[in-house]
Design a protein around this ligand. Structure first.
Ligand code: FES
Length: 166
């Protein structure tokens, strides 16, 4: 008959790796679930927040008439707009070339607006003098506010003949 040794109280020496395989796998699964949960929460928050595109306002104030002497072409860099004033009046037009969208430059020595990209040339009223630009530079609506400021609306294009008589 086999005898059982109940008197042996020696314990197994402590393992160097106290985490069992099952515990390890449970921890991995828990981490994976936590990561998936965080990902789902981020996607849900992004989906439920409004998808709004903030654009700069299309209307801007361009100073007063005193800022634009007669027979001047002034480039407003942050708006990419020319303000042109002659003895007939004042108008605003884009500085963006109608060919491929380069920014044109006023050349006072030749009284032309020139595009540095492909050589288009425009008169100061925006008409094309030399291509390849297919269309004149569009003019924007301009008005004088009650407090004497020039207000330009880049969203409203007008005919080249519609100038602010001042
Ligand atoms: S973009 Fe101005 S001429 Fe081509």
């Amino acid at each position: 008959m086999a005898s059982e040794d109940y008197g042996n109280t020696t314990e197994k020496p402590a393992s160097k790796n106290p985490v069992s395989r099952r515990d390890f796998m449970n921890e991995i699964a828990g981490c994976a679930l936590a990561i998936a949960g965080i990902g789902a929460a981020v996607v849900t928050v992004e989906y439920s927040s409004p998808n709004v595109l903030f654009e700069p306002p299309t209307t801007f104030r361009a100073g007063s008439l005193d800022d634009y002497p007669v027979n001047s072409v002034t480039y407003i860099q942050d708006q990419q707009v020319y303000i042109v004033r002659t003895d007939k009046g004042l108008w605003a037009m884009t500085a963006v070339c109608t060919h491929l969208g380069c920014i044109t430059q006023w050349k006072p020595e030749s009284s032309q607006i020139a595009c540095p990209c492909h050589g288009s040339k425009f008169e100061r009223d925006g008409k094309v003098q030399a291509g390849p630009a297919p269309r004149p530079l569009p003019h924007f609506a301009v008005r004088l506010t009650a407090d004497g400021a020039i207000e330009v609306d880049k969203l409203e294009t007008v005919k080249g003949s519609e100038i602010l008589r001042v």
